[in-house]
Design a protein around this ligand. Structure first.
Ligand SMILES: C[S@@+](CC[C@H](N)C(=O)[O-])C[C@H]1O[C@@H](n2cnc3c(N)ncnc32)[C@H](O)[C@@H]1O
Length: 275
């Protein structure tokens, strides 16, 4: 990962500002994604756990960590996102769960002693911004996790994003040319794109491979989302009926965790246990 890639990513999130907060609430699809992530996280956090949140953004999941009675060290690579985090939590009960806020690049966790955290959380793709350093970054996250503790993360899905974003992918192919587009589809590396935000996309098999290389146990995976990536109008109508919506969510969360669905969403969630 070059310095330019890093700056590009930081500038992107600096400019995105508070729109990052609404990503998981301004559409039925986003609201389902939030529920899938939240429910996944609940399996791995116990009351009193010390959690490092990497790429915390404006704090959506810090509220959940606080609800789960964890103590949270909040970090992000963007100072704009860290400021937003402070503003979103100020005056709320969740703020009392925050032990610290600091800038941190997921590729450099050397400031923390080994085995410091019960859980390291990197939701919403920070690992997708490590590119060639993703294995080293993940090893770094595992190093600071206590034995028996968990690294919980989500990354952009390579195959699912291609399917879901097909119209914009084809537009990108027109702009960058077929050779560059072939590179995107054969590497998952969106640095070859000119119309999408840059990131490294992953397949479920890449996550399995990474976990082996890092010597960690892959204890759970899920896609986000599955059926809810289909017709937004149908989904919107379904959401108006709270009982049917609650039932749909249960089926959706269960479907996302099925092996046949893992590559089908826009994101892949996973949990690694440090032996
Ligand atoms: C899509 S947002 C996710 C925010 C939050 N975790 C969530 O899921 O709602 C990705 C976050 O990762 C941060 N980020 C980008 N590059 C990073 C890096 N190299 N190290 C740590 N965080 C990074 C961004 O600033 C942004 O806040």
């Amino acid at each position: 990962m070059t310095e330019r890639d890093r700056e590009r990513m930081r500038d992107f999130y600096d400019d995105l500002g508070d729109r990052e907060w609404s990503r998981l609430e301004d559409s039925p699809r986003g609201r389902v994604a939030y529920q899938v992530h939240r429910r996944f996280l609940e399996h791995f956090v116990q009351p009193g756990d010390r959690v490092l949140e990497v790429g915390a953004g404006p704090g959506r999941f810090t509220f959940d960590l606080a609800r789960l009675q964890a103590r949270v060290a909040v970090t992000d690579y963007s100072s704009v996102q860290l400021d937003l985090h402070r503003r979103h939590l100020e005056g709320t009960q969740a703020e009392t769960a925050v032990d610290s806020r600091a800038l941190l690049d997921i590729c450099d966790t050397s400031r923390f002693a080994g085995a410091t955290f019960d859980v390291v959380l990197a939701f919403g793709g920070p690992l997708s911004y490590a590119f060639e350093e993703s294995e080293a970054a993940l090893k770094g996250l595992l190093r600071i996790t206590k034995p028996g503790g968990y690294v919980v993360a989500s990354v952009m899905s390579w195959l699912g994003s291609w399917r879901y974003f097909l119209p914009s992918a084809l537009e990108d192919a027109r702009v960058v040319g077929d050779d560059a587009f072939d590179l995107i589809l054969s590497t998952g590396d969106l640095r070859h794109s000119q119309t999408s935000p840059v990131c490294q996309m992953f397949r479920a098999s890449d996550i399995t491979e990474l976990s082996v290389k890092c010597g960690a146990e892959l204890v759970a995976m899920s896609s986000s989302n599955w059926a809810s990536l289909e017709d937004p109008q149908v989904l919107g109508e379904l959401e108006t009926d709270s009982d049917r919506w609650a039932r749909f969510l249960e089926h959706e969360i269960a479907a996302c965790a099925q092996p046949g669905a893992l590559d089908g969403g826009t994101h892949i969630l996973f949990a690694l246990r440090r032996p």
